[in-house]
Design a protein around this ligand. Structure first.
Ligand SMILES: [Zn+2]
Length: 102
């Protein structure tokens, strides 16, 4: 599968490039939306995580993951927020319309 065409996890934005990367539903069928790190057996592995916690978790590693080891934590946090906030798991919590914030 072309990594650029792989679906991304709607929780952490990881590209799901092969079957082993997909989370699982209750009946062990693959989840269409979430990766194996976020979603197992029909439930989130960290159900109470907030987007703020995700950002804190990823910020120190973000530069490395995206090939920019010198990236500052502050810049990483901005980028992670922009990347995660439109994803299915997070967007409905912001209240109002998900696409225009009305
Ligand atoms: Zn994920």
């Amino acid at each position: 599968m072309n990594p650029n065409e792989a679906p991304i996890c709607q929780s952490c934005s990881m590209p799901m490039t092969d079957a082993s990367k997909f989370g699982t539903e209750k009946d062990d069928s693959p989840s269409k939306d979430y990766c194996v790190h976020c979603y197992k057996k029909g439930a989130f592995t960290r159900p109470n995580t907030t987007i703020e916690e995700m950002i804190e978790l990823y910020a120190p590693r973000w530069g490395q993951w995206t090939g920019r080891p010198d990236l500052s934590i502050e810049q990483a946090k901005v980028e992670i927020f922009e990347k995660l906030s439109p994803l299915k798991r997070w967007k409905k919590k912001s209240g109002g319309c998900c696409c225009c914030k009305h």
